[in-house]
Ligand binder design. Sequence first.
Ligand code: SAH
Length: 350
Amino acid sequence: MTGPSLADSFRRLIAATGPISLAQFMGESNARYYASRDPLGAAGDFITAPEISQMFGELVGLWLADIWTRAGTPDRPIYVELGPGRGTLASDALRAMKRAGLEPDVHLVEGSPALRALQQAAVPNARFHDDLADIPQDRPLLLAANEFLDALPIRQLVMTAAGWREVEVAVDDTGGFVLAAGSRPMDAAVPEERREAEEGTLIEVSPASAAVVSEVAMRLARQGGAALLIDYGHAHIRAGSTLQAVRAHQKVDPLALPGEADLTAHVDFATLAEVAGAAGARWMGTVAQGAWLRAMGLEARAEVLARAAPAHRDAIGRAVDRLAGNDQMGTLFKVMGLAAPGWPDGAGFS
Ligand code: SAH
């Protein structure tokens, strides 16, 4: 059973009430996209670090277990993951934590019914949540999120001759979607320090990502704990559009097939670090994924796996390269570490 296409719904909406914001277009597209499918893996649309190798999730689990141990093994911590995909990161991380003597309850934040079913199979005792609001309030959090923030909606704002305007999605004569500057003044939506800019300057902001990070940081400050937010993005603020769509491992036009391709944007880690600090958490740093994985012992872990399975030595070497190589995921992807103010520094951020 298939309902009307999201493209048709958007066309009708735009014909009736005018252009919609890019944030609305992206939010509804991704909700539709993830709701019904498993987009991950070779047969899907894209592949993520936990799907490349078990080493990724194991090192995330090891990091969380290590900081929990050095915080004095506080009682009954919970493992929380945002957007767990197939549940691969959770199951690899939990296995590594168990070896370190840590067996937390598991709370997964996932919007997609199709992916929840896969996560339940990978982590049978997990509990599910639509968002962070109803995660337990009284216990330390050990939180991870990989490629979650990049899928949350962004707003784009563009400086025109008449001032800042929102980038909106309109429909052209052929029925295709096009981006255009809206008519209402949007200066107030632009961070004050970025308001003075040349005509044509385009900036991206993600109130949805800021809200998630703010809630995580508030919970860390109140409940104790630590968090790793891993994604592709930039450590310093910059201008320009980073919106992209991927389908069957190819970049495609982000407006062409709403609900049928994964829409993402670079994560603005500089802004998120400020948001986290303002909400009471301690920001440990934002480091390149390759450097962080190597500091966590990626090569040693690869050697152990290769000795146990010599036939896979080459494949394990290729996985190390994909995860940590500078021309692969090693530099573009970043790891941001947060903790409660009283918690120690995490490994890999000095
Ligand atoms: N972390 C996984 C999957 C990344 S894909 C991995 O690394 O393989 C993005 C994940 O975030 C999916 O699980 C998707 O369903 C989820 N997601 C995206 N937007 C969401 C939202 N607004 N609320 C909850 N989950 C969301």
